[in-house]
Design a protein around this ligand. Sequence first.
Ligand SMILES: Nc1ncnc2c1ncn2[C@@H]1O[C@H](COP(=O)(O)OP(=O)(O)OP(=O)(O)O)[C@@H](O)[C@H]1O
Ligand SMILES: [Mg+2]
Length: 213
Amino acid sequence: MAGTVITVAQQKGGSGKTTVAANLAIGFRMAGRTVALVDIDPQGSLGRWFMARAEDDPALVEGMEFSTSSAWGIPYECRKLSGAYDVVIVDTPPKADSDLRPALRVADLVIVPVSVSHVDLWATEGVLDLARREDKKTLIVMNRARPGTRLSVEVADAASQLEAEIAETQLGNRVIYAEALGRGRGAAEAGKSRARDEIEALTEEVARHLANG
Ligand SMILES: Nc1ncnc2c1ncn2[C@@H]1O[C@H](COP(=O)(O)OP(=O)(O)OP(=O)(O)O)[C@@H](O)[C@H]1O
Ligand SMILES: [Mg+2]
């Protein structure tokens, strides 16, 4: 899977793009892969996360790299980074317009986080459509899941109607995800926890999707 590019995209703001990008990065690092992160979102949250991490302890960013890029500069940036890192993860702004195209075009896999609500799910079609036009594999990741609630069941049902693969692993609605992000950490780094199990499982699942082409 050397030099594989994963783009995280979803039109709906706050669906968990940056959370998934950062936590997958840590998941892959914990699995021994080197990881480059590219942020094309002018909000710059992923960069804040990475800088907090690097300032805390430079050892925490060994085998990692971070850069920003314009929407149109992404192919060049990814080409450069994919030669040097096992995995390149691209975080994108909450949009599904033509600006997103280059980031989809370079991707080996497009991950679409869906915060468990109907409104979030409705917003998903835009990205799925664009990805389909670029002939890209997509993987929906249910985020902020609350297992056992009627909402979760309804949204999962509605999601299965979409023409897209849905990850078996769901990320629960857990404070540790928000806390860890603010401290430049991955939720999996705080010792044994449900969140760590989720991130390990999601990382494995994503790696499997990449391996299956
Ligand atoms: N599984 C989760 N459990 C708890 N909080 C979460 C979870 N996922 C995301 N959050 C919180 O929800 C907020 C939005 O998440 P995040 O910034 O990852 O979304 P985003 O899609 O990148 O947003 P934007 O569209 O603004 O870039 C953050 O405060 C984050 O900490
Ligand atoms: Mg974000």
